[in-house]
Design a protein around this ligand. Structure first.
Ligand code: URA
Ligand code: CA
Length: 433
């Protein structure tokens, strides 16, 4: 087999065979196929697309390019959740203890990553003593015993995807639905998921800005999952404004605790109940979505969800008393209010720009080497659709530096106040095939 023939075949819009896709992924991972040929193929795929069968083959070839996590020692159906990323997305912190409190095993491998705030692990590390450096055996033991554990990324998972994603990034072929879908799905499958719930965001703060693109990506990923034997469904959710009120690591942990107590922001609560019900269904712990939702609402009400969060923290060395006393989380030195300049209704909060404002305070990292300030961030006092009086606080800034003029300007530039405003729809669509 020759790589040049595979490139030409895709250039002409033909379907590649399983063997051809395997040849490409194996050769590229090993280094026998050079970057220039791989980039010619990814560009051909960008223009000519891939069939359903090619997408499934590419995903499994990338899964098989490295190690995979074997979770078969964990009883039950392991359902993983993946979010395509957004601003102030606190869902994992709430969902992990919440669904585990109704018996769904949560065996999560999580990362730090780049962005406006840290990843789930950074957020959890704002709790004194909490750590994810546990052995695989301990991880499995904890999930079997208490139904929830989080482990840091380890092992050589999907090396083909790492190499290809980096190549696409510098050769103009990131924005390809089959390539994005197979990239995301290969990582979830390699991490051992039996079933997958996808939260595909749409709007200014999302990777997929338009609803049309978000829907295409969701369909593509759901098809891949179901074609390779992992039941998969997707929720398309709004990311035009940040999710919840808090954007920042410790601030989001506090928001997660409030949500587990039933006192969280309305949008975050609705999203976790929507995603959580789907996870409960895929794990076969309920017969209908209504039943699943009622189970989740019940454990929030009776305190079992918060109790589960404490057990989870304690198991991994964390100070579980933060759940009752969030003031034990890292606190910023300065708390600065940003007053509204006029009265009216909040009509727009540009998610990605507000995320950047949080990053200016030190809440996130731009490069892998950056350190994060876990205490800092923003809390929105108003969301789109809310009324506000001149002088009332729009946003509270939590900072460890006194001069936050740049952050303030960014907030004023990206929050609009008008005579009228409509609350955005949170759940745009649910995609099951
Ligand atoms: N995120 C991924 O993991 N892969 C892509 O290709 C794009 C976004
Ligand atoms: Ca939030």
């Amino acid at each position: 087999m020759r790589m040049v023939d595979i490139i030409s075949k895709k250039r002409d819009g033909k379907e590649l065979t399983t063997q051809e896709i395997n040849f490409f992924i194996e050769g590229y991972t090993k280094g026998t196929i050079p970057d220039y040929q791989a980039s010619a193929l990814t560009m051909a795929i960008y223009f000519k697309d891939m069939t359903e069968k090619e997408r499934a083959d590419l995903t499994m070839a990338m899964v098989n390019s490295g190690e995979t996590i074997d979770l078969s020692a964990i009883e039950g159906i392991k359902v993983d959740k993946h979010s395509t990323g957004g601003v102030g997305d606190t869902t994992t912190l709430v969902l992990a203890p919440l669904v585990s409190a109704v018996g769904v095993p949560v065996a999560k491998m999580s990362g730090r990553g780049l962005g406006h705030t840290g990843g789930t692990i950074d957020k959890l590390e704002s709790i004194d003593g909490f750590h994810v450096e546990i052995t695989k055996n301990k991880f499995i033991e904890l999930v079997n015993k208490n139904k929830v554990a989080v482990i840091g990324q380890s092992g050589n998972l999907t090396p083909a995807d790492k190499k290809l994603y980096a190549l696409r990034d510098v050769t103009g072929s990131v924005e390809s639905i089959p390539l994005i879908a197979s990239s995301i799905m290969s990582k979830k499958i390699a991490a051992g998921a039996d079933a997958i719930v996808l939260d595909v965001k749409t709007g200014a703060g999302a990777f997929m800005k338009t609803e049309e693109d978000a829907e295409k990506l969701a369909h593509a990923m759901v098809k891949i999952g179901n074609n390779v034997g992992r039941r998969t469904m997707a929720v398309i959710s709004d990311m035009s404004q940040p999710l919840g009120f808090a954007i920042g690591n410790a601030l989001e942990v506090k928001e997660a605790i409030n949500t587990l107590k039933g006192e969280g922001p309305e949008d975050l609560t609705e999203l976790v109940l929507t995603l959580g019900s789907q996870m409960v269904m895929l794990a076969k712990k309920a017969n209908t979505l209504e039943e699943a939702r009622q189970m989740l609402e019940a454990v929030i009400k009776n305190g079992k969800a918060l109790e589960k969060f404490k057990v989870f923290l304690k198991n991994q060395g964390g100070d579980e008393s933060v759940a009752d006393n969030p003031d034990k989380l890292p606190q910023a030195k300065y708390k600065i209010e940003v007053p509204a300049k006029k009265s009216g209704f909040v009509s727009n909060i540009v998610a990605d720009e507000i995320g950047l404002a949080a990053m200016l305070l030190g809440a996130g990292r731009a490069t892998k080497e950056d350190t994060i300030d876990l205490a800092v961030g923003l809390v929105l006092n108003k969301k789109v659709g809310d009324s506000i009086q001149k002088g009332e606080s729009l946003v509270t800034i939590y900072a460890n530096k006194e001069n936050v003029e740049e952050v303030k300007s960014k907030i004023y530039e990206n929050i609009s106040i008008n005579n009228k405003a409509e609350k955005p729809v949170l759940i745009h669509k649910i995609i099951t095939e």
